[in-house]
Design a protein around this ligand. Structure first.
Ligand code: SF4
Length: 612
């Protein structure tokens, strides 16, 4: 078996034990790697109903066959576990040197089980695993923790760590790595914290097994150069993802005041041009030639790395249009190890709930200084308010009552990304049916939808596009674990990815083969969802209710008076189910599961919910 190391490292923090476990060629070909490995392992090994913050949960770090191999933007890793935010399978990816180092250490994935007795740092070097004290770093933020690790091992090691948010089990705490890299929105950092695992450090010294290493080297380095040239030619990384803010504002797709409004006259103050003008430095993931991390100085003088999601959700969505203040909120999230998107939505929901009389408190839209205090309180679970904010917007809404769940901007518990779908049905569907909750990573249809289709159509073409994007972004790129930006932003051909895969594995796969694995992954995540929530209905695939409300429609601008229509959305959802082969509840049918090679999983799932 070439292309995979063929081994998983299983570490148990309770027993302080570890073992190298080989996996079969069949497993590799059925799930490829990354998200595929993670969902299969978690589905098989986690008992239904376990506490995501208990020792029974497992943290997975998973890589793909091209991880750590020179090729465009392959320096990423998938981190996954049962999510403390959503209650079912959750994951994310982040740029990290762990990718290359773990593969060089001889593993395609790491499984962390149990719970340490004291704050611990896991040190992995090839066949050696050490359980080291992290007491000295416990209570520190992610930047200081990174420095503490670098001072011991140098900057070349792979690092995953958590801040105070993870330590205090904030349900949307992320895992951090290097300068500015974060991943695992649905609380993967909280899972690390629940295990008293402050950091994972990895160093590897072996060659990554490949079928054609010389061919891959020539191909990969050549393509890295080409991608870098394409970036220079297009100028994309001048503004990187923040370049889209001005467009979102123009087309009424920007989140403003907890998504109540879709544009704002002051949005230009925080747009890509302003971010680029304030640039202090540029950062990026390993093996990237189009680095997208732009840092600016925040109000207090820290370097803060911004992207569109951060600026949209910690800026316009909170009615904050001072770029350095947005930088401050973003810096605090990064330092505490909180997901910037969920944090932005949680704060905006809190302000909205106070404004609508569902909650009490002294926080208003536009109050950046109070927002900073609230982030600190959430990260430390300080007092009633800190605890409330730390649990995410769905749990807050259930606590507040007064129909506030309608404007808690989340799907399945995961807060929505920075696209205001008040009148963008395809993107609303993409959020509704994203595998792990309202994440844009899997189906970012908004630009296609607004540039190539009729905005108010709810036709099957939009459902088909969402599925196509899920297969590419949530499937192929998450199993190979490669960044989507060369393809999305520079038009780097998708055909390159099966080519990389075939070069390292010696196989002869087509895009269709990749997509079959993607469909299998989506089906298994759905089975995990119904195993945890047997009463699930199609309503679970609806976006936030406020987008359907006529009273919430914009009074002026390009979508004045327009909003999503519930019956039409339901029809669009049905198109998605029909094309996917799911039943009316949004659950894969037995016949589809059989075709995807999941008959055993289907039979097991029948214990929890009847399948059609
Ligand atoms: Fe990382 Fe950005 Fe490069 Fe993608 S484009 S690999 S996110 S630095």
């Amino acid at each position: 078996m070439k292309g995979w190391t063929g081994n998983i490292l299983r570490v148990n923090l309770t027993a302080k034990s570890y073992k190298k476990e080989p996996f079969s060629e069949e497993f590799a070909k059925t799930w490829i790697g990354g998200r595929g490995f993670a969902v299969k392992i978690l589905y098989d090994e986690l008992k239904p109903g376990i506490d995501p913050l208990g020792p029974e949960n497992k943290l997975i770090v998973a890589l793909g066959p091209i991880s750590g191999v020179p090729a465009p933007n392959t320096g990423k890793a998938v981190v996954a576990a049962k999510s403390p935010l959503t209650g079912f399978y959750g994951d994310g990816n982040l740029g990290t040197r762990v990718t290359e180092q773990l593969r060089k250490a001889g593993y395609d994935a790491l499984i962390v089980e149990g719970k340490a007795e004291r704050p611990t740092m896991l040190y992995i070097e090839d066949d050696k695993v050490e359980f080291l004290s992290a007491e000295e770093a416990w209570g520190k933020g992610t930047y200081a923790t990174n420095d503490w690790i670098y001072s011991k091992y140098g900057k070349g090691v792979g690092v995953l760590n958590i801040g105070q948010g993870g330590e205090n089990m904030v349900r949307y705490a992320v895992i951090r790595s290097m300068e500015g890299r974060s991943g695992g929105r649905p609380g993967m950092g909280a899972v690390m914290g629940s295990k008293l695992l402050k950091a994972i450090v990895v160093k590897g010294t072996q060659a990554i097994p490949q079928a054609n290493p010389e061919a891959m080297k020539a191909l990969g380095f050549g393509d890295l150069k080409k991608v870098g040239e394409m970036d220079k030619k297009t100028g994309w990384s001048k503004q990187s993802t923040t370049g889209i803010l001005a467009w979102c504002n123009e087309v009424a797709g920007l989140p403003v005041r907890n998504f109540r409004k879709t544009s704002h006259p002051e949005a230009w103050k925080i747009d890509g041009e302003r971010v680029n003008a304030a640039r202090v430095a540029t950062y990026g993931c390993p093996t990237c030639t189009m680095k997208c991390g732009i840092t600016i100085h925040d109000k207090e003088g820290h370097e803060s790395e911004l992207d569109y999601e951060n600026v949209g959700l910690l800026g316009s969505n909170l009615n904050i249009f001072e770029l350095n203040q947005v930088g401050s909120l973003n810096y605090l999230c990064d330092e505490y190890g909180l997901d910037t998107m969920s944090a932005g939505c949680v704060l905006s929901f809190y302000a909205d709930a106070i404004e609508h009389g569902a909650a009490t408190g002294n926080f208003r839209f536009g109050d950046a200084e109070r927002a900073k205090e609230l982030l600190r309180m959430a990260a430390h679970r300080e007092g009633k308010v800190g605890n409330l904010l730390a649990d995410g917007s769905l749990r807050m809404a259930r606590e507040f009552g007064h129909n506030s769940e309608a404007y808690a901007m989340q799907v399945k518990g995961l807060e929505v990304a920075a696209y205001n779908c008040k009148f963008i049905p395809g993107q609303a569907l993409a959020f509704g049916v994203a595998a792990i909750g309202a994440h844009h990573r899997e189906a970012w249809i908004i630009t296609f939808e607004l540039k190539n289709t009729t905005r108010d159509s709810y036709g099957p073409d939009k459902a088909a596009k969402v599925i196509e994007l899920q297969r590419i972004r949530g499937g192929m790129l998450e199993t190979l674990v490669s960044c989507r930006f060369p393809w999305i932003e520079l038009g780097w051909s998708l055909d390159n990815y099966p080519k990389y895969f075939n070069t390292v594995t010696g196989l002869n796969w087509t895009m269709d083969d990749m997509w079959k694995v993607a469909d299998r992954i989506y089906a298994l995540i759905k089975l995990h969802y119904i195993r945890e929530f047997p009463e699930a209905t199609r309503k679970d695939d609806y976006p936030p209710a406020v987008w359907f409300e006529a009273a919430n429609a914009d009074a002026e601008g390009p979508i004045a008076g327009r909003h999503l229509e519930i019956m039409k959305y339901d029809q669009l959802l049905q198109h998605y189910y029909d094309q996917r082969g799911y039943d009316k509840r949004g659950i894969p049918t037995k016949s589809l599961l059989g075709k995807l090679g999941l008959s055993k999983e289907a039979a097991a799932a029948e214990k929890y919910a009847k399948l059609n």
